[in-house]
Design a protein around this ligand. Structure first.
Ligand SMILES: O=C(CO)[C@H](O)[C@H](O)COP(=O)(O)O
Length: 438
């Protein structure tokens, strides 16, 4: 008796539909604001706007407004079914005929709204220049500047106070934070350095890299301007890089010679970020003592370059460093399987090592995926890294989808077309929302 009178499934459907419409309505509200003349952040395709009956110049975001309005109707049906049920005895009564109309209307409303919304969003154009120009204005970057001071050892409470006084000073003198010279910053804290001007809207976005967000980005200095190496490393650090990838090449394991211990020391002193030291050298054991100066650095050797891989891994671990093994595109995953329990990282080369600026080898993705499955199956705490030809496009997305957790990129980050901060932000954006192993 109770079973035929139960309508919990309908209440749950109505509740889920109401939650979905609540989110649609909030997004609709943003679109109404963003598309207004005053904001001008987005432009809707003509077929999703209508003219005003009295003001010919106006394009109203009617579809967004109607979607917002239809939310009330879906909420109404949820209240309707709850009210029909509330006084009923524990068996079927004729009142339950009233369960249909609201349900069918909710299904039609939600499905049609979602369909229209999807089309409207795909045709919506973002005015990136306007959004970017406004993003750096006002005091948007004050919190980033407080975080910057924290990075220099200032307690947050104090950093917050410094920024509050600085912003008030700017307000009273009618100056933007970005227009203040360093001497003015020093009046508020001697911890400000010239690198405070590296704090930009793009760097702020790139710095918000949370667990569950995009994969760690490791800019490869192989593509940096070596004449300004330390500055380029600092740029990458300020732009929110997670690691600095350093390719040491010996002219033997690979035909190219990049740099050795002296240059690694210079990179080391330009940043506090961990170095992701990729040793493309034959029998690396002899070089390890000179390179492993800081135990927070990660040291990666090539499986193909070590006669006694297990021993080399042991040497790195003894020093307290995280250890990784790299494999070339033609090397099978069996080359690392026996040592997986000892590793922190496996680097899957997506180009043949030796030179930057080569094209990504798509076939490496299958190997990446197989390694990911083995690692998951055994529950090893090993991170997968990809290196070579990774760009802010399908190469980054597909790598993350196949299981990569660290993205190395050289020419995609150090190039003439973009600033380092813009390039890192674009790379994060490309891989955003893709979960490893999807
Ligand atoms: O290690 C490499 C070459 O041996 C990599 O390819 C390099 O670190 C990344 O460069 P790019 O992103 O330009 O391919």
């Amino acid at each position: 008796m109770d079973a035929v009178a139960d309508r919990d499934f309908l209440v749950e459907y109505h509740a889920s539909a109401a939650v979905a419409m609540m989110h649609i309505s909030r997004l609709a509200e943003e679109i109404v604001i963003w598309s207004s003349r005053e904001f001008g952040f987005v432009a809707l395709a003509e077929e999703f706007t209508t003219g005003s009956s009295i003001m010919p110049q106006k394009r109203n975001p009617d579809f967004a407004e109607i979607a917002r309005g239809k939310t009330g109707r879906v909420y109404g049906h949820l209240m309707g079914i709850l009210t029909v049920l509330k006084g009923l005895p524990l068996t079927y009564n004729r009142d339950l005929q009233e369960d249909k109309e609201g349900f069918f209307d909710t299904v039609d409303t939600v499905l049609s709204t979602l369909g229209v919304f999807a089309d409207m969003l795909s045709g919506m154009e973002l005015d990136a220049d306007r959004v970017e120009s406004l993003a750096g204005e006002s005091y948007m970057l004050a919190t980033d500047m407080a975080d910057y001071l924290v990075g220099k050892g200032v307690p947050f409470r104090e950093a917050h106070g410094v920024m509050r006084r600085l912003c008030r000073y700017c307000e009273e003198s009618g100056t933007a934070l970005s227009d203040l010279p360093l001497t003015e910053y020093h009046k508020f804290s001697s911890d400000f350095g010239a690198d405070v001007f590296d704090i930009t809207a793009a760097a702020s976005v790139a710095a918000r890299d949370n667990p569950g967000g995009t994969a760690p980005i490791a800019p490869s200095v192989l593509a940096a301007d070596f004449g300004r190496l330390a500055q380029q490393v600092r740029d990458a650090d300020a732009a929110g890089a997670d690691l600095i990838h350093v390719d040491v090449m010996d002219g033997r394991f690979v035909s190219n010679i990049s740099f050795g211990e002296v240059v690694v020391d210079c990179i080391r002193s330009a940043t506090d970020l961990p170095l992701n030291l990729h040793l493309m050298v034959h029998e690396p054991d002899r070089l390890l003592p000179g390179l492993m100066k800081v135990s927070s650095d990660q040291v990666l050797v090539h499986a193909e370059a070590c006669a006694h891989l297990h021993r080399t891994i042991g040497l790195i671990k003894e020093n307290g460093n995280q250890v990784g093994v790299a494999i070339n595109p033609a090397t099978p995953i069996s080359a690392v399987e026996e040592v997986l329990p000892d590793l922190d990282i496996v680097l899957v080369m997506t180009v043949n090592p030796g030179f930057g600026g080569q094209s990504f080898i798509p076939a490496a993705l299958g190997k990446l995926r197989r390694l990911y499955d083995v690692i998951q199956e055994h529950g090893y705490p090993v991170q997968l890294e990809v290196d070579g030809g990774v760009k802010a496009d399908a190469t980054a997305r597909d790598s993350v989808a196949a299981g990569a957790e660290i993205l190395v990129a050289g020419t995609a980050i150090f190039n003439r077309e973009q600033s380092v901060a813009e390039a890192i932000a674009a790379l994060r954006d490309a891989a955003n929302g893709v979960a490893p192993g999807q």
